[in-house]
Design a protein around this ligand. Structure first.
Ligand SMILES: *[C@@H]1O[C@H](CO)[C@@H](O)[C@H](O)[C@H]1NC(C)=O
Ligand SMILES: *[C@@H]1O[C@H](CO)[C@@H](O)[C@H](O)[C@H]1NC(C)=O
Ligand SMILES: *[C@@H]1O[C@H](CO)[C@@H](O)[C@H](O)[C@H]1NC(C)=O
Ligand SMILES: *[C@@H]1O[C@H](CO)[C@@H](O)[C@H](O)[C@H]1NC(C)=O
Ligand SMILES: *[C@@H]1O[C@H](CO)[C@@H](O)[C@H](O)[C@H]1NC(C)=O
Ligand SMILES: CC(=O)N[C@H]1CO[C@H](CO)[C@@H](O)[C@@H]1O
Ligand SMILES: [Ca+2]
Ligand SMILES: [Ca+2]
Length: 601
């Protein structure tokens, strides 16, 4: 029998060892995932998920086949469930709807089809209760030709004469009136449209009914600030800034009093009235744009400071090359621009045939060129481009959403991406997009049409996908809604929606919000994205973007260690949450992604 002294000693030792072990395990478990107080707190927008709502196609509550504000308000809980912190509404302002709201005739009111100002106020009130931030679309480049601004400018009313870009005609050799320059509109045809009443041409970079504001006119600059302030005071947390590269056109004062012609591109695949016929050196990316953006940022910051409000964010829509895009963040003189310009690289630089090296290269390019200290963002689709599963492949849905949610910075989701919604089929007869109608014909309109990406959201498998209780919809509902819809994905054990939800929860972990990232192509077709932070669990996305099964070796991937388990996987994957994965060889089916959890290293 041992002496009491020994028993006590051994008991104490056992207790200490057990205590230390239990304590360490508890500590490690707590430490490994929850966010500790010593991590720098991020501002609300720096790690949010922004969900783009295309209001016309989101949810209809009065049966007219057109989505409305009440529809958005009725589904706000959906965003909370999904982990979305911010919604951005495509334009909801008064509009003749030539370009579905991007042709605004009253910047200070709500379009009747979408509801009333009271509906908007209710949306904001409910969103605030739920902690959801609301961003509005801000369309500074142009106004509808039905706007008061335009009518007053046509009539040369004092204060409005120079609100738009007006030009006298050129006279040709036959003494005939011709356009001032060869500039071509984004939607095809000349940018110049004759106005009988004023006996001058006005400029429109988009549809004929969208007249470009003159940003060299101080009254226009002031009015744009007034509009922003109006909506901020209504409760908007910021704006998505539309079509910024087109804000300015070459100034005749710099070109001997004339609007200079653009050089011809030599592109033989377009006709002389199509975009691409000229090289846009005089109507896109002019350096003056940035001063306006910096001015807006000064205004937003000042308003925020003076009113002691949360951050008002400005996000730039700019399809431009990397140097012109990065200038929207700010310039070398330390002027600050928008919070970020949208990163369209997944739309413009990657496609179904891209391999893992292309992905790694394109993602790294943004992170490399982004000025130090700024926040990145990732866009996989929007109302202007074919939907992600249609541009890439349907089996890549979970992998693309995982990239979006795991990469550092802000994730941007276009409505339906969480379900893997694909482009809908819209016949020529049903086509309503001005871009397709202007430039297309029954044989080629799909090259131009933005309608397929705008078909109504799939809520459930009822008639018209539960989008409306009415018989007709403004655009047809995509044919695959029985198979792809929110209700079905909520009911299913595994679905794109559930993967999205689980990864949006994972996104809040310290290694994802504050960790470093490490990105590499492990083979031609499989990439790995690791997120790592000191004493926290490491998470790694492995994603086969190719069309064949691929085997990669995880043993030399930095920060990975055993025991490693599957945190999430593609819906069709054979691997399930909790499955053990070794640090050796790993085979992935085409399009398959796995998110792995590894212990702190
Ligand atoms: C010039 O205008 C006249 C009268 O409108 C028209 O008959 C003629 O065809 C025009 N010439 C050219 C080159 O367009
Ligand atoms: C981007 O475009 C600008 C203006 O069109 C041009 O000056 C610049 O060289 C381009 N930069 C790159 C990296 O292509
Ligand atoms: C398209 O509309 C035209 C005229 O309304 C009609 O004659 C034609 O049958 C329609 N085509 C289809 C495919 O619906
Ligand atoms: C339609 O959805 C309901 C509810 O999700 C489901 O019970 C039903 O089986 C579905 N019907 C069809 C034909 O898929
Ligand atoms: C689908 O959604 C609509 C609109 O919310 C609703 O009226 C209908 O009952 C739903 N159908 C099913 C099968 O859930
Ligand atoms: C509602 C409110 O107090 N708005 C004020 C916010 O700050 C600006 C100046 O930046 C004032 O003009 C507003 O009246
Ligand atoms: Ca409606
Ligand atoms: Ca312009």
């Amino acid at each position: 029998m041992p002496s009491w002294g020994k028993v006590v000693l051994i008991s104490v030792l056992v207790a200490v060892v057990v205590g230390v072990v239990v304590g360490t395990v508890t500590w490690a478990l707590m430490r490994s995932d929850s966010t500790p107080p010593d991590i720098i707190e991020l501002d609300w927008w720096e790690r949010t998920i922004i969900y783009q709502i295309y209001p016309r196609s989101f949810k209809d509550t009065d049966g007219d086949g057109i989505g409305d504000l009440k529809g958005i308000t009725s589904e706000l809980e959906h965003f909370v469930e999904m982990g979305v912190g911010t919604i951005w509404l495509s334009p909801i302002f008064v509009s003749p709807m030539v370009d579905f709201g991007y042709d605004i005739s009253d910047f200070y009111d709500i379009h009747y089809e979408y509801g009333t100002m009271a509906d908007f106020e209710e949306l904001i009130r409910r969103a605030r209760q739920l902690g959801i931030k609301v961003l509005l679309d801000y369309v500074p480049n142009h106004a509808s030709t039905e706007s008061e601004y335009f009518k007053k400018s046509v009539a040369r009313e004092p204060g409005y004469e120079n609100f738009f870009i007006w030009a006298d005609p050129k006279i040709d050799a036959n003494g005939n009136r011709t356009v001032p320059s060869n500039w071509i509109s984004q939607f095809g045809g000349s940018v110049w449209e004759w106005n009988e009443e004023r006996q001058q041409y006005y400029l429109h970079q988009f549809a004929v009914e969208q007249a470009d504001f003159n940003f060299r006119e101080p009254a226009v600059r002031q009015e744009m600030i007034n509009i922003m302030q109006f909506w901020i005071e209504k409760g908007a947390h910021g704006f998505r800034l539309d079509a910024l590269p087109h804000l300015f056109e070459a100034d005749p004062d710099d070109h001997g009093g004339f609007f200079p012609d653009e050089p011809l591109s030599g592109n033989m695949f377009v006709t002389s009235d199509q975009i691409g016929y000229t090289t846009q050196v005089h109507i896109k990316d002019l350096i003056e744009i940035y001063d306006v953006v910096y001015e807006w940022r000064e205004f937003a910051d000042k308003w925020q400071e003076d009113n002691d409000s949360e951050t008002i964010v400005l996000l730039a829509e700019a399809y431009a090359n990397v140097s012109m895009t990065m200038l929207y963040y700010g310039d070398e003189r330390d002027r600050i621009g928008c919070h970020f310009p949208f990163n369209f690289d997944f739309i413009t630089s990657l496609r179904a045939t891209s391999n893992a090296r292309d992905f790694v290269y394109v993602i790294s390019r943004w992170l490399t060129y982004m000025p130090y200290g700024n926040v990145a963002n990732w866009v996989f689709g929007n109302h202007d481009n074919s939907r992600a599963p249609s541009r890439f492949r349907s089996n890549m849905v979970d992998g693309l959403n995982a990239l979006n949610l795991i990469l550092p910075g802000v994730a941007i989701t276009y409505q339906g991406e969480e379900l893997g919604m694909r482009d809908g089929y819209v016949s020529w007869n049903d086509t309503v997009d001005v871009n397709a109608i202007n430039q297309g014909n029954p044989d080629n309109y799909l090259e131009y049409s933005r309608d397929p990406a705008r078909t109504p959201y799939h809520w459930n498998n009822s008639t018209n996908a539960g989008f409306t209780t009415g018989q007709t919809t403004w655009l047809p509902v995509a044919e695959d809604y029985m198979e792809i819809n929110l209700q079905a994905q909520k009911d299913a054990e595994r679905s794109h929606y559930k993967v999205y939800q689980s990864l949006s929860r994972l996104r809040r972990m310290a290694s994802l919000s504050h960790g470093t990232h490490y990105l590499e192509a492990l083979s031609v077709n499989t990439l790995v994205l690791v997120r790592h932070l000191a004493t926290y669990n490491t998470y790694a996305l492995v994603f086969n973007v190719g069309t064949e099964e691929d085997t990669v070796d995880l043993s030399r991937v930095t920060f990975l260690a055993e025991p490693m388990t599957v945190y999430e996987s593609s819906v069709f994957s054979r691997r399930r949450t909790g499955d053990a994965i070794s640090l050796g060889e790993l085979s992935l089916q085409p399009g398959e992604m796995l998110v792995l959890r590894a212990p702190p290293t």
